[in-house]
Ligand binder design. Structure first.
Ligand code: ADP
Ligand code: ADP
Ligand code: MG
Length: 664
């Protein structure tokens, strides 16, 4: 029996493993680097051991340090999570030498499957369909061209040691084959220290569909249906779902049975995943086997009701699987969105810094709809530069795919992250895309849909009207508060409002009684019903009876409001103020690119830079508090700080120059 598990990982996956261990009554040990001293996984575990400096190569990747931490805490098993040492055969044998159970497969399986060439040959022998190609090692650009011609263009040039979408290049002609070979080889060397390259056929516009395997030490091996991970950016998964909207039951069975055959051929035990690409005719081809828990495992758990981590722990303890293939049923539909610290508007540049706001939607199961959020961060925590930029994995589960998608859109609408850039607007846009909604997807979906990068689309008229109504509502609540403070009668709050949005002025009237507020625009009325508290960053409530969420940021004379993938800047005026505003000369923007101007009246909470500092794009410069909300102001370009004109605690007016830069 396993009594204490050390989790040789960090972030959300360490937290995820700790949860299942705790439910099973097993003690847990976290390990952490300098940067993770205050990380969530450390506080969740029963014990924690510091294992070194922040770079993974000085902490999470050092086998001896993990073994020492096990000895120090008497841990009798290790769960490796994914990434880091999870597919490292040397690590598994070091644990075996020290009589510590590895919660994963046997060493042979890790070795064979960890290498793309070896696993392809092995899969072929086990009767699994493989991608047509050639498994010979390619030693020169000339040989790459020759082999590419034999395989037939287009081809995929791949590093045998590859992982995480790295070390692969597509080639359509001889010039690309020669160049792709050189690029893939050097990328493989720097990423994996192993530059062996092979060439296979590039399957155009395939779908990525993978089979979850679960096998015990007693010869039982099951397939837990599939996950589809076709929504990828640069060969890395962004959105996953289970089941796939594409597979017929016959193909599912064939893929499942081939995956089981492959697993049995390596005496597989524990959880593992066999990845395939599938063409339009449902022909499927083996890509690789991942001998570990996969990032996107939650979608399988949601549709099968099986806790994969619990099963992995039981299998490692030698227990027999208490399940048969016929017990594996598909219940409903699950979707996962990977929430990354990256800026979708700036070519997905990774973003780091403090999470000045981190308010995920509440995890819950209600009316057959589930929200699950696997995360390793918390409000006020930090995203460090050293590790993977994943903040959270937001999952929804519902009876049907359409409901799971709309539930995901709704969950994203409630997910507030501030202080760093993140991809929520991008995933929100994906959820609205008709091709995604109809399941008409392939691994090239993102590249084809956003060939020139991602931008926010224009706000459709119906959503714009709702945003205007929300703005009037928010303004009204503020006015009631102000009126109460000045002891005026709140019934005297003005009923006419002019909204300025996208340089358009819109006349609205407001009628309010109790919790219900009605905003009228021409012939259209919006009845708003909400418990919104003044200053709260999320407005949740009903608009004409349907439940919605809007993200709110206060600005001068108005609000910035986000909903789905849209964002609007809304100003609210009385009729007279609007007339004056219209007469205001349109300001020709002076060149203020070397100044950090205060965007709203508020108080300077903190200033994070000093004279002489070199700041990078996206770096936090200071925090300004306005209307009980903290706003992090970040650098727009790389520059040197020339002057800092305010200090923490001082109050600020709009356009006060907080910081001056020198840009070279
Ligand atoms: P999954 O198939 O589970 O989505 P990924 O291929 O996206 O897995 O990788 C999961 C994690 O492991 C990511 O954090 C990725 O960066 C890391 N990873 C995968 N392969 C390697 C590798 N060979 N070396 C280092 N990290 C890797
Ligand atoms: P990694 O180890 O980096 O996960 P994979 O071999 O699993 O590498 O491939 C990652 C992704 O690259 C796949 O999900 C797929 O989108 C794409 N890909 C890989 N090989 C091919 C191929 N031969 N044809 C088309 N797409 C491919
Ligand atoms: Mg893969």
């Amino acid at each position: 029996m396993i009594k204490k598990i050390l989790i040789a990982n960090r972030g959300e996956i360490a937290c995820r493993v700790i949860k299942s261990a705790q439910q099973m009554g097993i003690k847990t040990v976290a390990v952490y680097s300098d940067a993770d001293k205050n990380a969530l996984h450390v506080s969740m575990a029963d014990e924690a051991v510091h294992i070194g400096a922040s770079p993974a190569s000085e902490s999470y990747l050092i086998i001896d340090k993990i073994i020492d931490a096990c000895k120090q805490t008497n841990a009798d098993a290790v769960h490796p999570g994914y990434g880091f040492l999870s597919e490292n055969a040397q690590f598994a044998s070091a644990l075996a030498d020290n009589d510590i159970a590895f919660i994963g497969p046997n060493i042979k399986a890790i070795k064979v499957m960890g290498d793309k060439i070896a696993s392809k040959l092995f899969a072929e022998k086990a009767g699994v369909n493989i991608v047509p190609g050639n498994t010979d090692l390619i030693e020169s650009p000339e040989q790459a061209v020759k082999t590419a011609n034999q395989v037939g263009y287009p081809v995929m040039i791949k590093a045998s040691a590859g992982g995480g979408g790295k070390g692969m290049r597509v080639a359509y002609n001889d010039a690309e084959a020669a160049q792709g070979y050189t690029l893939a080889k050097s990328e493989a060397m720097s990423s994996f220290g192993d530059d062996r390259i092979f060439i296979e056929k590039f399957i155009e516009d395939p779908r990525h569909i993978e089979i979850q395997i679960l096998a015990d030490k007693h010869g039982t091996c099951l397939y837990l249906v599939e996950r589809e991970c076709s929504i990828q950016r640069r060969n890395q998964k962004v959105v996953e779902e289970a089941p796939s909207s594409f597979l017929t039951p016959e193909t599912r069975k064939k893929m499942g049975e081939q995956s089981v055959a492959l697993a049995k051929a390596v005496d597989y035990e524990s959880a593992g995943t066999v990845e395939f690409i599938v063409d339009k005719e449902q022909n499927f081809y083996f890509l690789e086997m991942n001998t570990r828990l996969q990032v996107e495992h939650p979608v399988t758990e949601l549709i099968t009701g099986i806790d994969l981590v619990e099963q992995m722990i039981k299998i490692a303890a030698g227990e027999k699987l208490n399940l048969q293939q016929s017990d594996i049923k598909i219940n409903g539909w699950a979707i996962e969105s990977r929430i990354y610290a990256e800026d979708p508007f700036r070519n997905f540049l990774p973003s780091t810094g403090r999470l000045t706001k981190y308010f995920p939607p509440a995890e819950q199961i209600k009316n057959g709809l589930t929200i699950r959020n696997d995360t390793g961060v918390y409000h006020g925590g930090e995203i460090a530069i050293y590790y993977d930029p994943m903040i959270a994995k937001l999952c929804t589960h519902a009876p049907t795919r359409a409901e799971a998608i709309s539930h995901m859109a709704d969950a994203l609408d409630q997910f507030i992250i501030k202080g760093i850039s993140h991809n929520i607007p991008f995933v929100a846009a994906l959820m609205q895309h008709p091709d995604w909604q109809s399941g008409d997807i392939s691994t090239s979906f993102i590249a084809k849909t956003y060939p020139d990068g991602f931008e926010r689309a224009e706000i459709p008229a119906d959503i714009k009207a709702e945003i205007c109504a929300i703005a009037v509502y928010l303004d009204h609540k503020q006015n009631i508060k102000k009126a109460a403070i000045s002891t005026q009668n709140s019934h005297q709050v003005s009923q006419h409002r002019v909204i300025k949005i996208d340089n358009e002025y819109i006349n609205l009237t407001l009628d309010s009684s109790g919790k219900k507020t009605t905003v009228t625009h021409g012939n259209n009325s919006y009845i708003l019903n909400s418990n919104w508290d003044l200053g709260a960053p999320l407005w949740s409530g009903q608009i004409n009876g349907s439940h919605k969420h809007f993200k709110i940021d206060a600005i001068l004379n108005g609000f910035e409001i986000e909903h789905k993938a849209y964002k609007a800047v809304v100003k609210i005026f009385s009729k007279r103020e609007a007339e004056l505003d219209k007469k205001m000369p349109i300001k020709i923007a002076s060149d203020t690119s070397n100044l950090l101007l205060c965007p709203m009246p508020g108080m300077l909470n903190s200033i994070d830079v000093k004279v002489g500092d070199i700041v990078e794009i996206g770096q936090a410069l200071c925090v300004v508090e306005a209307m009980k909300m903290e706003n992090v102001l970040t650098a727009e370009k790389t520059a040197t700080v020339k002057a800092v004109n305010f200090s923490a605690g001082e109050s600020l007016k709009v356009d006060d120059v907080i910081v001056e830069f020198e840009i070279d």
